[in-house]
Design a protein. Structure first.
Length: 202
């Protein structure tokens, strides 16, 4: 069976169908949540296909290189949250292409990183050094998976990295205390005195 026919069947399109590129997948912000069905649905049952995987591997190279440039910007200044939207789009496209090619482990890892970035955007990731480290480890892991795909073998899941991502993304946010608020925000002399008295009562 030709690669074109296999892709056509995956997308339930009549054959012949135009060549499908994972880079053509729509990845605007509103589509991310709607199109993400986790590991359920047709993607979960797609078996690894070396021919389709080879096509995916070439395009994954481009996506990972673009993602690496974004991560480099985040590493230089972890508070540049505007960069995470671009990174999420690359990962979302990578996830869709991986599932289409039957590379479930790679799709699952990209999905975990999407969740981490969502938590980061919500302000729930406070350990920025660990955040950047995990992002860089993730790119390395995804690249290693891509190379396995390129060699014609489906990669296995990286459970240790997955657990590390989840620990970071599920960590409870650091809530401000009365003392931190008193230190960080300018106050009038009367209000500061009142707050200090309240603090001293603890």
């Amino acid at each position: 069976m030709s690669v074109e026919r296999r892709i056509a069947e995956i997308f339930e399109q009549p054959f012949p169908a135009p060549a499908v590129s994972v880079l053509d997948v729509k990845t605007d912000e509103s589509a991310l949540a709607k199109s993400d069905a986790g590991t359920t649905g047709s993607f979960a049952t797609i078996e690894f296909d070396p021919e389709i995987a080879a096509i995916f591997s070439e395009e994954a190279t481009e996506l990972l290189e673009s993602a690496a440039r974004v991560v480099e910007k985040i590493r230089s200044d972890p508070r540049r949250s505007a960069e995470t939207s671009a990174l999420k789009r690359y990962l979302h496209t990578l996830k869709g292409g991986a599932r289409m090619a039957g590379v479930s482990a790679m799709g699952a890892l990209a999905h975990e990183y999407e969740g981490l970035l969502t938590q980061y955007d919500a302000g729930n990731v406070r350990d920025l050094a660990e955040f950047v480290c995990v992002l860089e480890l993730g790119l390395d892991a995804l690249e290693q998976m891509r190379r396995r795909v390129q060699d014609g073998s489906p990669p296995g899941a990286d459970q240790q990295l997955t657990e590390r991502i989840r620990r970071l993304s599920l960590a409870p946010p650091v809530l401000p205390t009365l003392r931190s608020l008193a230190e960080e925000q300018p106050r009038s002399e009367e209000h500061t005195s009142e707050l200090q008295s309240h603090l001293n009562s603890y």
